[in-house]
Design a protein around this ligand. Structure first.
Ligand code: NAD
Length: 328
């Protein structure tokens, strides 16, 4: 008899975690999800769901009451620029996320759940290589000398090192993906933790005809954005690979925030004016460098920004319609 494989998804209520649970269920895994809360936008498809705080070692040990074939660690105290770059949440971000990683990794080691994916971030890359919007450098080997522009990035870098130390010292199959701005349906779209793709979709839906939408800064800062389905595929492939070195999981389709607003307006068929206001910005330019991940993993994104943003826009417009119907 073939034994059913088991996976643990930490942060299973979150954007990426909830999509990962769905994917693993489709593949026939027995899945346990764990998070502080239940998913906001659809019921979890996990076989078992634990509501608990992963800063607490007992919760980590309870989550790992068996040996899992794959562990996905997505739980973190995080959000978009409005949450990460204001400085107001730095202590919570560093303390909470580091505690989760310290405890989870140790519980995995004790319970022989050796294959663990850690969701790191493009925010680990040094700010001195991201001053120019046209030529940022985010190749994996450019990460040191370290100088991330946020404490969120420093925590990710510390945790990368922690995971790599467990790989070296305990032989655990640690896999690290550096995500670059993941977006798509069922991601946070308001409330302060949303990221720019979702925020722009919301603003375009909500704007009055011929009106304006606010953009932080001059909007000339550049980024790339990866659609959730591509992110899940890259993550699964990396987790099941033999590659312990951190790899970028992102898109190389770099665009300015003003241009991204243009893409959303085109999808919506609306012509609005951009109003530039002061706001938290992050680095001036950032783009994924996929040379190494293509070479080592044979993975690259398949969904264009236009296609992914189209799907995201439709979903956010529907959420707004539902919310408005409820408040009428
Ligand atoms: P998310 O905020 O939607 O999900 C994170 C989940 O972790 C949330 O559901 C939250 O409730 C849970 N969580 C937080 N603290 C917890 C605790 N103490 N105990 C248990 N659960 C806790 O974020 P996401 O967009 O799904 O991102 C997943 C991971 O990927 C995070 O580690 C994030 O830092 C990383 N990442 C994401 C992006 C992106 O663009 N989404 C980019 C780079 C890195």
């Amino acid at each position: 008899m073939i034994q059913q494989k088991c996976a643990l998804v930490c942060g299973a209520a979150g954007f990426i975690g909830s999509h990962m649970v769905k994917r693993l269920k489709k593949e026939g895994f027995w899945v346990r999800g764990v998070d502080l809360k239940h998913p906001e936008f659809s019921e979890s498809t996990a076989d078992d769901y634990l509501v608990g705080d992963l800063r607490d070692p007992d919760v980590c040990n309870r989550s790992l009451d068996r040996t899992f074939d794959e562990v996905y660690q997505f739980a973190a105290d995080m959000g978009g620029a409005g949450f990460v770059f204001t400085g107001e949440n730095d202590a919570a971000i560093m303390h909470n996320s580091a505690m989760i990683n310290l405890n989870m990794l140790e519980s995995c080691r004790k319970n022989n759940s050796n294959r663990i994916f850690f969701s790191s971030s493009a925010c680990v890359y040094p700010s001195y290589n991201q001053m120019d919007p046209d030529t940022p450098n985010c190749s994996e080997d450019s990460v040191y000398p370290a100088s991330p522009d946020s404490d969120y990035g420093w925590e990710k870098l510390f945790s990368e090192r922690l995971y790599l130390a467990y790989y070296r010292d305990y032989g655990m199959a640690v896999r690290i993906g550096r995500y670059h701005n993941i977006y798509g349906p069922e991601g946070t779209w308001d409330g302060g933790r949303e990221k720019v793709p979702a925020a722009l979709c919301r603003k375009v839906v909500r704007a009055s005809d011929g009106g304006e939408i606010e953009v932080w800064g001059d909007g000339k800062q550049t980024r790339s954005f990866l659609f959730i389905d591509d992110c899940i595929e890259g993550t699964i492939r990396l987790t099941r690979s033999q590659i312990a070195t951190p790899l970028n999981i992102g898109s190389e389709e770099m665009i300015s925030i003003n241009e991204l607003a243009g893409v959303v307006m085109e999808i919506a068929g609306r012509k609005l004016t951009l109003k530039h206001i002061p706001g938290p910005l992050g680095v001036r330019g950032r783009n994924s460098d996929n040379k190494l991940v293509k070479e080592m993993l044979g993975w690259e994104p398949l969904i264009s920004l236009k296609e992914g943003m189209g799907k995201t826009y439709v979903w956010i417009a529907e959420q707004i319609r539902k919310t408005d119907a409820l408040t009428k």
